[in-house]
Structures are given as C-alpha cells and as structure tokens.
Design a protein around this ligand. Structure first.
Ligand code: TYM
Length: 321
C-alpha cells in the first residue's frame, strides 16, 4: 500500500488542514508534498508563494511526517511531465464539471488555463507513485474520483499502467467549519486575521480567544446535531479529532457551552503547542531543512520516474532513450 498527499501553499495552514490531512501524514514509506504548482492556478505573489512553500515544508516535518517522505512538488519534474500526458487523456466535459473550476473560474475570460487542468496535475501527483491511499479532507473527494477515472481510462486505452487510487478520509473532522460561520468550511484562503480561522502558527492565547468566541446558538444544550446546531457540532468534532474520542459520546459530558469551549481550547492547544515548538526548533537550522527536502526530492524522483516512462511508452512516445 502506498500513501500520498499534498497541501497547496495558497494561504497559511489552518486547524482544518491539520486535522483533515497533515497530522495523518504518518506512513514512513509515504509521499507528502507541498503542492506549489497547484498554488499557481490562481493569481499569486511569487515571494509569498516561496515563503509559504518553505513554511509548509517545515510544518510537515514539525508535524512528525517522516524525513525523506517530504518534498516540494516543483522539485520533482515528473509531476508536470505526467500532467501533460493526462491532459491528453482527459476531456473538456469532465474538467468543466469540477466544482473548484465552476466556483473559481468558469465563464471568466481571465481564469488561468491551469485552473481548468488542475485535476490532471493532481491525478499525475497521485498516479506517479502508484498511490492507492490518499489521506485528504472531504473537499477533495471529487478530485480523487477524477484521478480514479483517469487511471481506469488510461489503463483501458493504453494498457495496464496505473494503480487506481482510493480516498482515505479521517473519522471525524473531515470538514472543520469556520468558527465565525459554522455553515462554511474553515479555509486557508480567508484573510490572515479572519476570526473564524485557526492558523497552526497563531500564538496560543489568540487560538484560545478564537475558540472561546466561536459562534454557537443560544439554547445552551450540548448536542451533536449538524443541521440544528452547526457551531456546537463543529466544536465537538474538533474535540473528538484532537482527543481521539467520539463526538456524540463527548457531548453527554457537558452542560454548558463555556465548559465545552474551554476543553476544546485545551485539546487544540495540546495538539498545536508541540507542533509550534518543533517548528521553531527546525527553523533555527535552515541547512538541515534543505538537506531533508533534497532527500525527499531524490527519493520522489526515483520512485516516480519508472511510471512516467511507462506512461510515455504506452502512449507511443518512443524517444531515443
Ligand atoms: P488543500 O491545500 O486545499 O488542503 C490540504 C488538505 O487539507 C484538507 N482540508 C480540510 N480538512 C478538514 N477540514 C477543513 N476545513 C479542511 N480544509 C482543507 C484538504 O481536504 C486537503 O486534504 N488539491 C489539494 C492538494 C493536492 C493533493 C494532491 C492532495 C495536490 N495534489 C494529491 C492529495 C493528493 C488541495 O488543494 O488541498
């Protein structure tokens, strides 16, 4: 079994990213990368992209992802190469149906062409390594589904080349909600100072304050009920994810919102404080981070090249080599 996942450096990482994905990047044989090529599919600032790429890679290492499994997507050029081959096996019809494209770009002439072909790059990321397990949050299901379709179609048209991947969702917190508006997901693309978004590197007192101020309802009954009580349900899901508990069960222990919020803040900080300490420690030695990323790059290149070559041969790209 091969595990693979990526995170796009398009804004500072949130608690949602950590609970839904990052803290599950634990397979010592896995492939985990900063998807910086994906961050260029909408208007971007090159300096901020470079800084976020570095921050994300360091956070992955700080989260305990095994050294050697972490790399930066653009360091491994097989990704962009296979993406082109997959663009040649995907259809405008299916790409037009992707939610992300429909929401962020469809019908707007200045949409980057790469936003449209984004799913082909993501399929390439996954298929290059024969990954059959992709730990992501709920919002990525359509993309993983497309990667499955592309793999199945490629194998049928050009011969057995790719492993067909599977989504691996977390038990809870597959869609952590915004604390200020629990009807929408917590997103890293919100403004840096948005009160509903917990950033992994926010100071602990800021995080505690944000949780204490989370929007709830007014009846003061702690119950897991997504439709009627989205704010409380979100807090219970966060608590369950941070303590490996069951959110429905946990609800029975509380008789007031204040108590619940205090426990959520403690649980979140128990997860984030060690991560922040390790991040601070790693940043004191940039050379060591470079070394680890170079190892990750070399390993990823070696692991992905054979499948790129197999796909090229299968499609009739017979070069001189
Ligand atoms: P991205 O960068 O938007 O999100 C990174 C990961 O965090 C998860 N996530 C959440 N989980 C729970 N609650 C939330 N509120 C929340 N917000 C985000 C996402 O589901 C994701 O797992 N296209 C991908 C990056 C990517 C990728 C890949 C992933 C590129 N290539 C190959 C897997 C395999 C993305 O932009 O995720």
């Amino acid at each position: 079994m091969t595990t693979l996942s990526g995170i796009t450096p398009s804004g500072r990482l949130t608690l949602g990213n950590h609970l839904g994905a990052l803290r599950r990047f634990t397979d010592p044989e896995g492939f985990y990368f900063v998807a910086n090529l994906h961050a260029m599919t909408t208007k971007h600032d090159p300096r901020r992209l470079a800084a976020l790429t570095r921050e994300f890679a360091t956070l992955m290492l700080a989260a305990g992802t095994a050294p050697g499994t972490v790399f930066v997507q653009s360091d491994v050029n097989t990704h962009a190469q296979l993406a082109y081959l997959l663009e040649c096996t995907s259809y405008v019809g299916e790409l037009s149906r992707m939610i992300q494209y429909k929401e962020k770009g469809k019908g707007r002439p200045m949409t980057r062409a790469s936003l449209f072909t984004y799913p082909c790059l993501m399929a390439a990321d996954i298929l290059l390594y024969g990954a059959d397990r992709v730990p992501v949050g709920g919002d990525q299901s359509q993309h993983v589904e497309l990667a499955r379709d592309v793999a199945i179609r490629f194998n049928r048209e050009y011969g057995e080349t790719f492993v067909v991947p599977r989504l691996a969702k977390a038990a809870y917190a597959t869609r952590v909600k915004d604390l200020a508006d629990p009807t929408k997901k917590m997103s890293k693309s919100e403004a840096d100072d948005a009160v509903g978004t917990i950033r992994l590197l926010d100071p602990p007192d800021v995080i505690r304050r944000q949780i204490m101020r989370a929007v709830t309802d007014s009846d003061n009954e702690v119950r897991h009920d997504e439709a009627a009580k989205p704010g409380i349900t979100n807090l219970l899901d966060i608590l369950a994810a941070c303590t490996d508990g069951d959110p429905v069960q946990l609800a029975t222990a509380y008789s007031s919102y204040g108590e619940l919020k205090r426990d959520v803040a403690d649980a979140v900080l128990a997860v984030l404080e060690p991560l922040q300490k390790e991040y601070a420690r790693l940043t004191t030695d940039p050379g060591a981070i470079n070394e680890l990323l170079a190892q990750g790059r070399d390993r990823a290149l070696e692991a992905s090249l054979p499948r790129l070559r197999a796909a090229e041969r299968a499609m009739g790209l017979a070069g001189s080599a």
